[in-house]
Design a protein around this ligand. Structure first.
Ligand code: ADP
Ligand code: ASP
Ligand code: MG
Length: 443
């Protein structure tokens, strides 16, 4: 079996029947591939809404939203298929799904129910695409993600079993041109339907690509690659043609929505290049993510919202041996991970993005000194060749933020980034100032 490419298409890329047809054309090149699909744009949000209504015991509202979704899909399939066979088959399939969604009215509503509802978007889109490709006469197989995308007890993907299942499956079903599977959805260690968090289809694609040591992982979306700043907040951003794995991982983790926060890791470990491509403009070059490192360049900026900063100041000799360990252990015991850290002789500041355990954490930290909390902060992450002996680059970034209050700075933790913690309300001006300074003049 030769090396295959993995192609992932996001919600907008399969967002209408016409877009699905375009994707079908893009993937039927005669070259074998594995295709990972998201739910059609908006569907996962609608499923979240349905689950919320069930959770609040508002069954009537849930059922109304389900009926609205059903009407939409019945329209979609009339536009997608031209033969009565494909249309009838898909209609029967959809009726079962919508009946299943309605059935939650009768159950006690648990987290497992919520996850089962959220999974339906990808199950629908992949069945629609498979039936469409079949209608076109293409040799296609749907590999159910729930058969192989499994989590271990730690909630991490079980890479060994993913690899084993897929390798066997592909060997047994070699007579196929296009393999389709669902992004985002998986089973947890208890065997329940679960997911890889919102935006997780990218992660599915990278896990498959890494498991099979594939030739390339392509993430097809609605923009021409990774831009040098967040196009939702900054004008005049432009695509970055190449990123090192580590640069891409930092950008994804620190808020570049185009990639799921942890999807680059498996690709990096396996050494499989990732290419970001635009479904709306398939011949545009996009962004290539690989092991190459371009020196002397700041590549891009990203921002992560809803950050809480915590400062612990003590009058005692704070940084005595073991102090940092005690502080970190408190966060660990509440399963709260820390993003940024800055220390001084008298204190330590750190940032977290999940403040659900903030109250008990602060209570325990108070044993060691005065604790100050700042909410609604934002991490601005500048990524590129930021090796410490490479002079001038950190100054450029700091200069750009001259007029913005900066709560913390982290530099030197890697060769690829410098992070600033600012108030959430200053995010847009900070991003714009960085773009103006870093990307419009000198480069
Ligand atoms: P998909 O549904 O295909 O997964 P997403 O909406 O998750 O697509 O990701 C693509 C979007 O990410 C873009 O439309 C853009 O608005 C947003 N985005 C945020 N930061 C960046 C960035 N640095 N470069 C490109 N896109 C970005
Ligand atoms: N459909 C899921 C979401 O909307 C997963 C994805 O699109 O990546 O979050
Ligand atoms: Mg996405």
């Amino acid at each position: 079996m030769g090396k295959m490419k993995i192609l992932k298409f996001g919600g907008t890329s399969v967002g209408t029947p016409q877009r699905m047809k375009n994707v079908a054309q893009l993937i039927s090149t005669g070259e074998k591939c594995i295709v990972v699909l998201s739910a059609m744009a908006g569907t996962t949000n609608t499923l979240v809404e349905i689950a919320d209504y069930f959770k609040k015991k508002n069954n009537e509202a849930a059922n109304t939203v389900i009926n609205g979704l059903r009407t939409k899909y019945m329209q979609h399939i009339r536009e997608l298929y031209s033969t009565p066979e494909a249309l009838g088959k898909t209609r029967d399939f959809l009726e079962d799904i919508f009946m299943y969604l309605h059935s939650f009215s009768n159950n006690e509503f648990t987290t497992a129910c919520e996850k089962a509802i959220l999974a339906q978007g990808e199950i629908i889109s992949t069945n629609m695409m498979t039936n469409y490709l079949e209608e076109l006469g293409i040799k296609v197989r749907l590999i159910p993600a729930l058969d192989f995308m499994k989590l271990t007890e730690n909630g991490e993907p079980d890479q060994h079993n993913i690899k084993k299942f897929l390798t066997d499956y592909l060997a047994k079903n070699a007579d196929t041109e296009i393999y389709i599977t669902q992004g985002f959805i998986c089973k947890n260690s208890m065997g329940e339907v679960d997911n890889l968090q919102r935006g997780g289809s990218d992660y599915t694609a990278c896990l498959i690509g890494a498991a099979l040591r594939s030739e390339e992982i392509q993430i097809w979306t609605d923009i021409d690659g990774m831009h040098n700043n967040d196009p939702r907040f900054v004008d005049g951003t432009s695509p970055v043609r190449q990123l090192n794995f580590e640069e891409a991982a930092e950008l994804a983790y620190f808020g570049a929505k185009i990639l799921h926060p942890t999807c680059i890791q498996p690709a990096r470990y396996a050494g499989v290049p990732v290419r970001l491509l635009n479904t709306m403009d398939p011949s545009a070059p996009g962004t290539l993510i690989n092991n190459e490192m371009v020196h002397g360049r700041i590549k891009a900026v990203a921002a992560k919202d809803n950050i809480t900063a915590i400062k612990i100041v003590s009058s005692r000799m704070l940084l005595a041996t073991g102090f940092l360990r005690k502080v970190f252990e408190i966060f660990e015991s509440y399963q709260t991970s820390i993003d940024m850290v800055a220390t001084s002789e008298v204190g330590i500041s750190l940032s977290i993005d999940n403040d659900s355990r903030l109250v008990p954490i602060v209570e325990e930290l108070k044993k060691y000194g005065t604790v100050e909390v700042d909410k609604d902060m934002c991490i601005i992450c500048v990524v590129g060749d930021l090796k410490w002996d490479n002079v001038g680059f950190e100054t450029l970034a700091t200069d750009a933020l001259a007029n913005i209050p900066v709560r913390m700075i982290a530099y030197g933790g890697s060769n690829h980034n410098i992070s600033f913690l600012v108030r959430g309300i200053d995010k847009q001006s900070a991003l714009q100032a960085l773009s103006d300074k870093l990307f419009t003049s000198a480069q």
